[in-house]
Design a protein around this ligand. Structure first.
Ligand code: PLP
Length: 387
């Protein structure tokens, strides 16, 4: 039996075309793109092409793209780089449901004299825009709020958020790691100042990403050293990886319609199939404004980890909304911020699909999962009381 991989928000398979594009840049064209000789220069040319492909996907000028080591670096840099460039403003605004790449960095700025504000979400994971409007003021350096949530897929009104930030002269950064490649993103028609992208979430390799910085936005470098990336980000480029990122962006642009039709159809089929066959189950997040590939479903009165272990026997990969695997018994900070009851948050499972998923795989999950849920409820003392 083949693996049924439904954990694409964690990471994706590198597309065959991406791997093929990368291969020669390990052993054949291994020159340094900063070298004076033609051998290195040809790699530089290929990096230029990669940058153009990335720019095309997000609708910006190639000069507005700086390559990084991934989503985490891009997020960290956006936050540190803006605060360093705006020393007179001491307020930093984010949301309670950010990825740790943003949230941990923001929180780490509090001991350095920053007023760090985390905006609430409602029970569907929607941002409290009134609270945001009240909090953004003349002291605010940066508002950083994700485009789409990695756990629930909920999409935030980023253009509206940018407008609120700009009304007080603050800069707006969005972590678009889960959005780019899944929904249309066009910076030419946007007022977002900075945007983070990660390669391994869109069928590119791990350890590469980019930060989009709108022309004219002042950002201090984060990684210092040589003059690579026009002096914005030091360090010899991960050439093969970035060439792979460029190819992945080109493919993502071609596949965006498939993502929003076929992947969405399969996601909806999976979701409705499971809700129909499993009692005491509900979807977390805003179903009306959601990534096409993601569903987070809470199965009440049982543990997400137990569900995942049972699914693993069928080689079905998903992830849970509680963090027990990482050594904590707390449910995820995202579900807690949404006020999902403990009994449901503990039993939440995130399925995230990709263009590589097939109808038969979804049928298989709809077939095997309801008996798994039933069995676990029979075993659970809490479940026995309820059912
Ligand atoms: N931001 C979001 C929303 C993510 O989902 C992730 C990865 O899970 C990251 C940032 C971090 O990206 P990377 O793994 O490329 O560092």
């Amino acid at each position: 039996m083949d693996t049924i991989y439904l954990d694409n928000n964690a990471t994706t398979r590198v597309a065959e075309e991406v791997f093929e594009e990368m291969k020669p840049y390990f052993t054949e064209y291994y020159g340094n793109p900063s070298s004076m000789h033609t051998f290195g220069g040809q790699v530089g040319g290929k990096l230029t092409e990669a940058r153009e492909r990335c720019a095309s996907l997000i609708g910006c000028d190639p000069s507005e793209i700086t390559f990084t080591s991934g989503g985490t670096e891009s997020d960290n840099w956006a936050i540190r780089g803006i605060l360093a460039a705006t020393p007179n403003r001491r307020k930093l605004i984010t949301s309670r449901v950010e990825h740790p790449a943003v949230l941990t960095m923001c929180r780490s700025m509090a001991p350095h004299g920053y007023n760090v504000v985390e905006i609430d979400v409602d029970e569907k994971g929607r941002l409290d825009l009134d609270q945001l409007e009240k909090e953004v003021d003349e002291d605010t350096a940066l508002v950083t709020i994700m485009w789409a949530n990695n756990e629930t897929g909920t999409i935030f009104p980023v253009e509206k958020i940018a407008e609120i930030a700009h009304n007080s002269g603050a800069v707006f950064h969005t972590d678009a790691v889960q959005a780019v490649g899944k929904i249309p993103v066009n910076m030419a028609e946007s007022n977002i100042d900075l945007l983070s992208v990660s390669g391994h979430k869109l069928h590119g390799p791990k350890g590469v990403g980019l930060l989009y910085v709108r022309k004219g936005v002042m950002l201090r470098p984060f990684i210092k050293g040589g003059h690579q990336e026009s002096g914005r980000r030091a360090g010899t480029e991960n050439t093969a990886g970035l060439i792979g990122l460029g190819k992945a962006c080109q493919l993502a642009e071609e596949n965006i319609d498939r993502e929003n039709r076929e992947v969405k159809r399969l996601r909806d089929k999976l979701e409705s199939g499971l809700l129909e066959k499993c009692s005491d189950a509900f979807v977390n997040g805003d179903s009306s404004k959601r990534l096409p590939n993601t569903t987070s479903i809470s199965f009440e009165y049982i543990e997400g980890e137990a569900i995942l272990l049972m699914l693993d026997k069928y080689q079905i990969c998903a992830s849970s909304g509680s963090a027990c695997t990482s050594g904590s018994l707390e449910p995820s900070h995202v579900l807690r911020a949404m006020g999902v009851p403990f009994t449901a948050a503990h039993g939440s499972i995130r399925f995230s699909l990709s263009i590589y998923n097939k109808e038969e795989e979804i049928d298989k999950v709809i077939e095997v999962m309801p008996p798994v849920i039933k069995r676990l409820r029979e075993l659970s003392p809490f479940g026995r009381q309820q059912k």
